[in-house]
Design a protein around this ligand. Structure first.
Ligand code: PLP
Length: 390
């Protein structure tokens, strides 16, 4: 037999898989596992968004979209949103593409700027898909470890020490998965200054933008002279509880967008037409759902942070955004995979080992709080019964 793809074979299997597999096996065997390892909102998509999709199907909007990169009302709604809320001026017809999920927007962004051996800085802890996406797009991920003791603060030194003549771009995610941090204006300015100095592209992943409890969201593309080098990713999954619809977008300067459109056209063609009509309803309809969800996540955050810190041997910083907590267990003597296993076997709670998000996440476990309050309360009861001090 001929060989199979080396590129894809070399992408490491996620360290979360083993624990997730075990959690699923336990669940299948009838164990009551509380699932805090996912990233899916527990809310359903609001009815007016669903109705817009059904109406689109019923009136026959079941053909290829025209243009393929997105129907004009959606491109305009995205451009309006970006100008109004993010202070970014984009040409709706030339600088936006609608994608099946934010993840594909990330891939299009990377593939449109990278050549072989170009390096991409990834701030650690990172969302698990960042390094593989860079590799698949032909680049080399360079991990920039941030210090857990300093709440993963971004400093100029930490970024600068990884710059080489091959550095092409930096990936930035705020609010952050898995740390829940919202980057400060100072941190954003550090990134922008270095990007301009070293002539880097910035991939700004703003998918959790609507889930902020404290702090203010700053879009990198809105900072002075940053629009020309910033590729902004956003989407509907988290903001509108639409993970299964697979809908996101990329906004980028036009010479990059032309390549992204070409790549999209020669691979997946487009996102589904009727979902685009739903997305117009999401952006132009009532935004009440966003406030309801955010308030609910905030309530869960307040409860969980206080409750986890009350447990002997557990430390949990509060989060400013997104829906993940990233507690550590400093006196347990266990690494993050062992911690996740102990949580699973002794507390029947599934969390994600911090190492999945890079070396800087070691010692931590990620809990998603996009889970009903009653389950979070049960999880706390169980975690509290386990010994976390060696
Ligand atoms: C940081 C981050 N970016 C992008 C995505 C992609 O989201 P989707 O492809 O569902 O739009 C996720 C999903 O979990 C994420 O956590």
């Amino acid at each position: 037999m001929k060989t199979v793809s080396t590129l894809i074979s070399n992408i490491p299997a996620s360290p979360t898989l083993a624990v997730n597999d075990k959690a699923k096996a336990l669940q299948a065997a009838g164990h009551d596992i509380i699932p805090l390892a996912g990233g899916d909102p527990d809310f359903d998509t609001p009815p007016h968004i669903i109705e817009a999709a059904i109406a689109a199907i019923q009136r026959g909007d079941t053909h290829y979209p025209s243009p393929m990169k997105g129907i004009p009302p959606l491109l305009r709604a995205i451009a309006d949103k970006m100008e109004r809320e993010n202070g970014i001026i984009v040409d709706p017809m030339r600088e936006i593409i609608v994608t099946p999920g934010g993840k594909w927007a990330l891939y299009l962004a990377l593939a449109s700027i990278l050549n072989a051996e170009d390096e991409v800085l990834i701030l650690e802890p990172y969302w698990v898909s960042y390094p593989p996406l860079v590799t698949l797009a032909g680049g080399v991920p360079v991990l920039v470890g941030l210090d857990s003791e300093r709440n993963f603060e971004i400093t100029a030194v930490s970024i600068r020490q990884h710059l080489t003549p091959k550095t092409k771009a930096i990936m930035v995610n705020s609010p952050n998965n898995p740390t829940g941090r919202v980057l400060t204006a100072d941190e954003m300015n550090i990134i922008a200054d270095i990007a301009k100095e070293a002539d880097l592209y910035v991939i700004a992943d703003e998918i959790y933008e609507k889930l902020i409890f404290d702090g203010t969201h700053i879009s990198l593309a809105s900072l002075p002279n940053m629009a020309e080098r910033t590729l902004t990713i956003n989407g509907f999954s988290k903001a509108y509880a639409m993970t299964g619809w697979r809908l996101g977008w990329l906004a980028a300067p036009r010479q990059i967008m032309d390549l992204a459109v070409k790549l999209n056209g020669q691979t997946i063609s487009s996102a589904a037409t009727f979902t685009m009509h739903a997305a117009v309803a999401a952006l132009t309809g009532t935004q009440e759902i966003i406030n309801t969800m955010r308030d609910s996540y905030q309530q869960r955050r307040d409860y969980m942070v206080a409750a986890l810190n009350n447990i002997d041997g557990v430390q949990c910083r509060s989060i400013e955004g997104a829906f993940y907590l990233f507690p550590s267990f400093p006196d347990s003597g266990l690494n993050s995979v062992q911690l996740a296993e102990k949580l699973l076997t002794e507390a029947s709670v599934a969390g994600t080992p911090g190492i999945a998000f890079g070396q800087s996440g070691e010692g931590h476990v990620r809990f998603a709080i996009s889970t009903a309050m009653a389950d979070l309360e049960r999880a706390i009861e169980r975690i509290a019964k386990v010994k976390w001090v060696q």
